[in-house]
Design a protein around this ligand. Structure first.
Ligand SMILES: O=C(O)CCC(=O)C(=O)O
Length: 265
């Protein structure tokens, strides 16, 4: 599986429409990849709380501008696309969600995932958005994907649910984020930890730039089931991080070091 992570620069001086067009072109340039991944809340910026309500949109490509643009870009490139997340305008009484969108190469919306763990404690996303309730896996033809978003990375029990999902547990964990630079070491530490403890690939895709004054970590990375970093962005600028994943490594690592079988609880 060839995976390309697009570490998008999110700058409040660029309009959402212009960023959407720019990101669509970047996705179209990835034809040949088996999976393209975008970061969390790249249209509006993960920390631009004051714009969440105004920029909220529907997850349906028939009505939501980001969903429509990403569906077309996935189809034109002929790739599976994890389009990062949007501020989703839910149908339930005005609720907002931080919702990831996954498109198949035909442009069909294959899955949505509403972020379960909201960040901000008593501020921001934690007070403005509603929480998702369900772990989501996606049947990519090469490997089942498990979805998580940013702050979810701090909650290992979600990842256990993803690898234990029926009928097929996740083998590639996809984590879009808007992780702040001041906790960049936690981002890389947790991404590698989730790979090692679940014996899975982890695709950790962050943003570049600064959202509402919060400098972003960048440091997007592709990590294998042994915890080795196959490819990464060492800088904080916009970048494309590409790696070829040997998916047979998941079984090899699980068979040669069968720690998952020793779970008691
Ligand atoms: O957990 C962290 O340090 C960052 C989380 C975050 O920024 C988010 O979920 O948006």
């Amino acid at each position: 599986m060839r995976a390309s992570l697009l570490q998008i620069h999110v700058d409040p001086d660029e309009s959402v429409d212009s960023r959407r067009e720019r990101v669509s072109s970047l996705v179209r340039a990835q034809s040949g990849a088996d999976l393209v991944v975008l970061p969390e809340l790249w249209p509006v910026g993960a920390f631009a709380y004051e714009r969440f309500a105004a920029e909220a949109e529907e997850a349906d490509p028939a009505t939501g501008p980001t969903a429509l643009a990403m569906s077309a870009a996935a189809r034109d490139a002929g790739v599976w696309l994890h389009a990062g997340s949007i501020v989703e305008k839910g149908t339930e009484g005005g609720a907002l969600y931080n919702t990831s969108l996954v498109f198949s190469p035909s442009g069909e919306l294959a899955a949505t995932y509403r972020k379960v763990h909201r960040f901000g404690f008593d501020r921001g996303e934690a007070t403005m958005m509603s929480a998702g309730t369900d772990p989501v896996t996606v049947p990519h033809p090469q490997a089942t994907l498990g979805l998580a978003t940013c702050y979810d990375l701090r909650f290992p029990e979600l990842f256990r649910a993803l690898i234990d999902a029926e009928p097929h547990g996740a083998r590639v964990l996809v984590v879009p984020a808007g992780w702040p630079a001041k906790r960049a070491d936690h981002w890389t530490l947790f991404a590698r930890t989730r790979a090692v403890e679940n014996q899975c690939f982890v695709l950790a895709c962050g943003t570049a730039g600064s959202h509402a004054g919060v400098a972003q970590a960048g440091r997007s990375a592709v990590i294998d089931p042994w915890g080795e970093v196959l490819a990464e962005s060492t800088g904080t600028e916009e970048a494309v991080v590409t790696a070829d994943l040997d998916l047979s490594q998941v079984d090899k690592v699980r068979e040669s070091f069968p720690v998952l079988k020793d779970r008691v609880l």
